[in-house]
Ligand binder design. Structure first.
Ligand SMILES: [Zn+2]
Length: 46
């Protein structure tokens, strides 16, 4: 178990998953696969 909280998001367009240590993706985050912005990502509960 790690004390570090991470947040996982999945791109709704291509399915790419990314983990960050903030509850939101940066506003300028771009999906490296399909190039969409953070408004096309959904939070994944684990
Ligand atoms: Zn994508």
């Amino acid at each position: 178990m790690s004390d570090e909280k991470t947040y996982k998001f999945v791109c709704v367009v291509c399915g790419f998953e990314v983990e960050v240590d903030t509850p939101e993706l940066p506003k300028d985050y771009i999906c490296p696969v399909c190039g969409v912005g953070p408004d096309q990502f959904e939070a994944v509960e684990e």
